[in-house]
Design a protein around this ligand. Structure first.
Ligand code: T3D
Length: 263
């Protein structure tokens, strides 16, 4: 891997670090192909129970590398945006959304364009107080992509989503927290520690129940009550058959902490 760093800890947390700090982790073709492979691998690796996505250096990710975009155009092979989204970006967003474990974005610095879309595709976001967010797409005559028109709209509603997308003003970490775009803001120096704390807590949980909870929460945005009640019944049927459910009940009755295994 040239554009990513991948690290596993003993608690079941895998951290993928976007690693082009000299270019603020701008996204290249190589990065999308490596990230896609890394997500595929994390999804099928036993024992990975929380995935953290972060950036090296002062940025989280500034979206598509505009220098490589210009180079391609100068070579007479301008980027086919629709194809790039269908073949490179969208599969990554789809994979992030459906990982079998919680996905946490640790936003260490500026997140712009599709870089912000990546953070929005995570389940939860923890941000450094030095982080900032900018849609950026409108400044280069594009529309928000890589899922942003949906993730952003669901978090802040259509009117604020349009304001953010049309104006492309920078949003501070604190304002992002107030608007529900990030779950926690911590002092920059504490980001690694706070990320480890939250990700290890998630990794020690009943992983399959967390994944099914995500499915239920997502379905709730489209279902009416009776469809949602039925979906909850189906998912609870599956959750109730897990080893972690048995362990949770046994631990409660024995007045001890549960030792979930993710099974
Ligand atoms: O198929 C498709 O649809 C394509 C997919 C597109 C998805 C997208 O992501 S489109 C959106 C692309 N991203 C942007 O437009 C963001 C552009 N960058 C900025 O607006 C600003 O750089 C930031 C707000 C992110 C940060 O500002 P600041 O003041 O902290 O840094 P800076 O001075 O602007 O940038 C520092 C360097 O990073 C600078 O390079 P230099 O002059 O030192 O050589 C700048 O050019 C470079 N940089 C920043 N963003 C990008 C970039 N280089 C390449 N690509 C970038 N996206």
């Amino acid at each position: 891997m040239n554009t990513l760093l991948i690290n596993d800890d003993a608690q079941g947390v895998r951290t993928i670090t976007l690693n082009r700090p000299e270019a603020l982790n701008a996204v290249t073709e190589e990065m999308t192909s490596e990230l896609s492979a890394a997500l595929k691998d994390a999804a099928k690796t036993k024992g990975i129970r929380c995935l953290v996505l972060t950036g090296a250096g002062r940025a989280f990710c500034v979206g598509q590398d505009l220098k490589s975009l210009r180079e391609s155009a100068e070579k007479g092979a301008p980027m086919d945006f629709a194809a790039a989204l269908r073949q490179r970006y969208n599969p990554i967003i789809g994979r992030l959304a459906d990982m079998p474990m919680p996905v946490l974005a640790a936003v260490n610095g500026v997140a712009a364009g599709a870089g912000w879309s990546l953070a929005l595709a995570a389940d939860l976001r923890i941000a450094s107080d030095k982080a900032s967010f900018v849609s950026a797409f409108s400044k280069i005559g594009l529309i928000p992509d890589s899922g942003m028109t949906q993730t952003l709209t669901r978090l802040v509603g259509p009117s604020r989503a349009l304001e953010i997308a049309w104006l492309s003003d920078g949003i501070s970490a604190e304002l992002a927290r107030q608007w529900g775009l990030v779950n926690q803001v911590v002092e920059d120096a504490r980001l690694a520690e706070a990320t480890a704390e939250l990700s290890r807590r998630l990794a020690a949980s009943a992983t399959r129940a967390l994944e099914m909870t995500r499915r239920a929460v997502r379905a709730a945005l489209a279902n009416d009550l009776s469809a949602q009640l039925e979906y909850e019944a189906q998912l609870q049927g599956a959750a109730g058959a897990t080893r972690d459910h048995q362990e949770g009940v046994a631990a409660f009755l024995a007045k001890r902490a549960p030792a979930f295994t993710g099974e």
